[in-house]
Design a protein around this ligand. Structure first.
Ligand code: SF4
Length: 422
């Protein structure tokens, strides 16, 4: 039996795809081992979102080659798709963002011929590559990739070039996958994609239509959207939010910057007024909804005043959490050619300041629920306490032992950051 070690970099979509690769390899009789072990095959599912992701991807490829020079080394994903000329002595198979699903067939061919295989795709990807996962061992939440690609071309992002055009998984297939996950005991499903809210633009359906069908699946308790752009929260999507409690009380809506000047330079598709009005509309439907966001700090041209505007905007909107990213240069993007770059020390300082703002906002949001009864999906038990998240993503620490994957109702007594104590 051949052994495989797999290492995944980057986002949730990559994680989903690696999980699929692992399942396929297991079905074909491969033994999955730790990446640190000596294996017959190493797979590195790479990332290229920043220059740093490129360096990490290359480092992991070299590490695998060094660990066992006789092993078959496979590098796949965004870094490979972005660098068609990349080669490394000892690297045997190169796969971009197409053909990951064919991994078993590709390995079989490799072991027959023992020749370097370069399966890179030229041009922008157009077809959705189907994958199907019905089990996520050890996890309470299941993920379903419903969409791939992006047509937005934000000025700092290379993803539209390496992941291709927006494309969607057929509706029937999404529904079947989620029904199977529910049959396997999953109560919560997270819809993922590179640009999830654009689902359906290439099919005769829409994201809202898909959501309407998914919330009707018997036994599905929670449906979460990993991330959605403000511009995609249209009236039809908001109607689902209004009518179904299966769609959780949490949305992750990336704002990226809190000033119009930087939003424009980022080529984002909204201005501050659009964004704030959308949030108000959402809050008029669900008063206590958690709205988390992503913010990039230190974008070229971000003065101290503009950064301060971002802080003010985040406080004004009252996000439930900020995911803070210091701007990281990516070769080949429009922003990498911009002037007025912010030095690394300043970027780090701003990131630190904004993380403090996030803690303050998180605590404010959590405090709203003291004295309230909430429903928690139990994820783990440790030292006499059980831990889990609510639909609106409060992290709850509960005295006592409760079964994994059960939904239980508890009253929040106090906030001890990062937990709500029950
Ligand atoms: S929406 Fe913007 S940031 Fe997100 S993947 Fe597309 S181009 Fe990148």
């Amino acid at each position: 039996m051949r052994t495989v070690g797999i290492h995944t970099l980057g986002c949730k979509v990559n994680t989903y795809e690696s999980e699929y690769v692992v399942n396929e390899l297991k079905k074909a009789g491969y033994e999955i081992k730790d990446f640190d072990d000596i294996c017959d095959v190493y797979i590195i599912n790479t990332c290229t979102v920043t220059n740093n992701s490129d360096s990490k991807s290359k480092k992991m490829i070299r590490q695998a080659i060094h660990k066992n020079p006789n092993a078959c080394i496979v590098a796949m994903g965004c870094f490979i798709a972005a660098n068609p000329d990349y080669q490394e002595d000892g690297l045997d198979i190169l796969i971009g963002n197409k053909d990951k699903a064919r991994i078993v067939e590709i390995l079989e061919e490799y072991f027959k011929k023992k020749q370097i295989m370069n399966l890179q795709y030229k041009g922008r990807l157009k077809e959705f590559e189907d994958m199907y996962i019905t089990d996520f061992p050890g996890r309470t939440r299941a993920f379903v990739k419903i969409q791939d690609g992006c047509d937005n071309f934000c000025s700092y992002c290379i993803i539209p070039f390496v992941r291709g055009k927006c494309r969607s998984k057929e509706e029937e297939k999404v529904i079947e996958e989620i029904k199977d996950l529910v049959k396997n005991g999953y109560k919560e499903v997270v819809l993922t994609g590179i640009h999830t809210g654009s689902y359906g633009n290439d099919l005769e359906t829409s994201f809202a239509d898909l959501l309407k069908k998914l919330v009707e699946i018997k036994g599905l308790e929670r449906l979460r959207i990993s991330s959605i752009e403000a511009t995609e929260l249209n009236e039809d999507v908001l109607e689902v939010l209004r009518n179904s409690n299966v769609l959780v009380n949490h949305l992750h809506i990336p704002i990226q910057a809190g000033s119009n000047e930087i939003l424009k330079a980022m080529n984002r598709k909204y201005d501050l007024d659009d964004f704030k009005n959308k949030i108000k509309e959402i809050q008029s439907i669900r008063k206590d909804i958690a709205i988390s966001t992503d913010v990039i700090v230190g974008f070229p041209g971000e003065t101290e005043e503009l950064f301060q505007e971002t802080i003010n905007t985040c406080r004004e909107i009252g996000f439930s959490k900020l995911h803070v990213f210091p701007y990281s240069e990516r070769k080949g993007t429009a922003s990498s050619r911009m002037e007025n770059k912010i030095d690394n020390h300043e970027k780090k300082e701003r990131a630190k300041r904004l993380i403090e703002v996030s803690k303050e906002l998180e605590t404010n949001y959590m405090k709203k629920f003291v004295g309230e009864e909430v429903e928690v999906l139990i994820e783990e038990e440790k030292d006499g306490y059980s831990y889990g998240h609510t639909g609106n993503y409060l992290y709850v620490k509960i005295k006592g032992s409760y079964p994994h994957n059960e939904l239980i109702k508890v009253k929040i007594k106090e906030v001890k950051y990062p937990y709500c104590m029950a």
